[in-house]
Ligand binder design. Structure first.
Ligand code: FES
Ligand code: FES
Length: 161
């Protein structure tokens, strides 16, 4: 089956068996290996992508479902100013990151900040529920996201104080 979609801003298509996992297609056909293949069961969050503006685990999405969709992976997102805001915010809050979860944490943060400029701590912690990282305290994640939100606001609108 030929499946056509938008991937990191480009129109792409792929010939694939419709039930293949999207995470495999991204990694093996498009070489986007920043989307990690972890538990392959929707539990770890390593394969997180932005799919039609929502966070989803790409291991649970059969590729036929991508037809006509818009997908952003960490490779595409890293090209944006929004990514740089998040990177600075996480650095400021000294949040732990590793090769396994860094991309997923950035995409979850982006999805949240796109919906809400200044989310509350509980909303932030709930948003990160889908990523199983035991190395980072929930409070540090909230600090990092709020730092990123502040950096973004200053970049877009200048000083707010
Ligand atoms: S690999 Fe998809 S959630 Fe773990
Ligand atoms: S899983 Fe990456 S820092 Fe915890």
């Amino acid at each position: 089956m030929r499946i056509t979609f938008i991937l990191n801003g480009d129109d792409v298509s792929v010939d694939a068996s419709p039930d293949r996992r999207l995470v495999d297609i991204l990694r093996n056909e498009f070489h986007l290996t920043g989307t990690r293949a972890g538990c392959l069961g929707g539990r770890c969050g390593a394969c997180t992508i932005i799919f039609n503006r929502s966070i989803v685990p790409a291991c649970l999405v059969p590729v036929f479902y991508a037809q006509g969709s818009e997908i952003v992976t960490i490779e595409g997102f890293m090209q944006t100013d929004e990514y740089k805001d998040i990177q600075k915010g996480f650095r400021e809050a000294a949040v732990e990151n590793c090769g396994f979860c860094t991309g997923a944490k950035a995409l979850v943060t982006e999805s949240l900040l796109e919906r809400k400029k200044l989310p509350g701590a509980e909303e932030i912690i709930a948003a990160f529920d889908s990523i199983k990282c035991r190395c980072t305290e929930a409070r540090s994640l909230a600090d990092a996201v709020l730092a990123a939100a502040g950096i973004r606001t200053r970049r877009l609108y200048g000083r707010t104080d």
